[in-house]
Design a protein around this ligand. Sequence first.
Ligand code: MSP
Length: 641
Amino acid sequence: MSAIKKFYVTTPIYYATGAPHLGTLYSTVLADVAARWHKVCGNEVYFLTGTDEFGQKVAQAAQEVGKDPQLFVDGYIDAYKDLWKQYEIEYSQFMRTTSEFHVKAVQAWLRKLMEKGDVYKGAYEGWYCLPCETYITEKDFVPGTVNPACLSCERPTKWVSEPTYFFKLSAYQDKLLAFFQTHPDFIIPRERFAEVISFVKSGLQDISISRSTLTWGVPFPGDDAHVTYVWADALNNYITAIGYAQEDKQEQFAKWWPADMQVMGKDIVRFHAIYWPAFLMAAELPLPHHLLVHGWIKVGDHKMSKSRGNAINPHELLKNYGADAVRYYLLRQLAITQDGQFSIEDLEQKITSDLANDLGNLLNRMIILADKQNATTMTVGLWQEEEQELQKKMVAMLEEVSKEMERGYFHLALAGVWKYVSAVNSYFHAREPWKLAKQDPVTFMTVLSATAHSLYTVAYVLWPVMPLKMEELLRALGCTFELQGDKISELKNQSWNKVFTVQKNDPLFQKPEPAKEVAIEAAVAFEPQPTSADVSIEDVMKVELRAGTISACVRVSGSEKLLRMEVDFGEAGRRTIFSGIQKHYSPEQLIEKQAIFVFNLKPRKMMGEASCGMLLTAEDEQGRVAFITPERPVPNGRVLK
Ligand code: MSP
């Protein structure tokens, strides 16, 4: 028997600005499945999830509905806890970053960094994505772009300029690269690792870790004018939850840290794979063993998100299909390595084919046959070649599934289980037990017993994914689900020696009625909230758009992207404006063309000269840029309304 190991798994903490949706459920189910797998393997598990409650995004969302931020976030906690409960998420702790112990521990962490000389005061100027609470670095957009789109959520960013405390991230560049080199499995899947390594290699800048234009955050130690930048506070939840910097919890902290698996979506990998390890190095703490990075659930071409209005309501899915089937679909359909499509038709098809037909029917047919022949108590069979073959396949399946579950490739683990379920179905058909009942009662019993042993194994292997249904399957075999020791090794090593007493029951899985309507973002918990991306008409009017004719245009030497234009705005004068569209237009194509420009943009120095405005453009599906022009010519300098 293998030694008991500890397994500490975490989910991201979710912004408490709205109720959970299918995307956040997905991260949480992945962590729950990993946790339950380790429980079946006899390991000691700690599973942390929770909510991210500080920062500008939360403060602004609260302000928009006229609520105190604490009361605002308090209002969402039950929505998370209830949904997690209904989806059988068995967490050990629900973390809230507004908890006092967290605030104090984050301050202790900051003091440690300051003592080490890793923090200094300065001023930050740059673009900021509020929905993602992210500083956009120069590497992330074409120079000269105004309000560049956030790489992750694609929404326009805003200019921030404020005094701040910086963390010396640049000092950790080499240490991070050295760590990555010696830990090739740090980021799973490996494909995502490459992106992180190349980002770090291209040079790390120090990052701002405090905000002085905000009060909703962890007070910055020693400076009342600042609060901690929300990601610096949030990432630390993974250590503060289990006792970091809390005197009475040192033993607990030493027991669980470092985390064994930290689950997250690809949109937040940079925070977890670069900032977080550097923060830990600065605090002289060991780094987590693995980051499991999943792709996005997409609906059509887009990431599913509440602000896009294409979010699927997990409550509706629950009502129509039950938690276990949805959990199964999320894990089987969405490969951890890629983005995946969510479709109701596909979900229903998987429930019918995999769950109701392949698995449920096998159980049903075996039990009906046993019942008909008064053979509901099955003695241990007399194993022949066919059964020995099936046992070998079972052991191979357990080995393959263990490997894939361990590394978080759940879709491959499930494919492995279903290969075995098919093999059991084929065995059952080939053995034709309905004929054996009269002709050869001993072999008849052997076939039933082998099928029951197979289903028993499948139930334990699938329990992490479908806990309630698999406990039901075990009950149908006359067994009770038990978490004791390393069940997976036991199944691998023990010969088939069980006596089953099966019971006739309702089918394990119901085939769904075709294409049930699933309300998109409609239920009460999903009341649309004004998002930070919405702006008032007054805000729109602040941007002065004017028509102008490009009277001269040249390529800028030393730049592959920029064109330099002279633009005639009639009575409003002539201006020099740079635009990063050299790849899409030659200067000749633009001369004498009328276009639309942002006129009151703060001048920016580009290639040694001031650019006083911005040409408006849009991209087509192939990424080709088109500039915006009035439908018919209007006088130069005319203001758009
Ligand atoms: N608060 C930060 C995380 C801080 S962790 C220290 C945050 N919160 S979040 O509410 O936006 O939720 C993040 C998690 O939900 C990520 O793992 C993200 O990938 C996941 N998802 C949100 N929409 C998703 C999809 N459409 N598809 C898959 N997962 C997505 O970021």
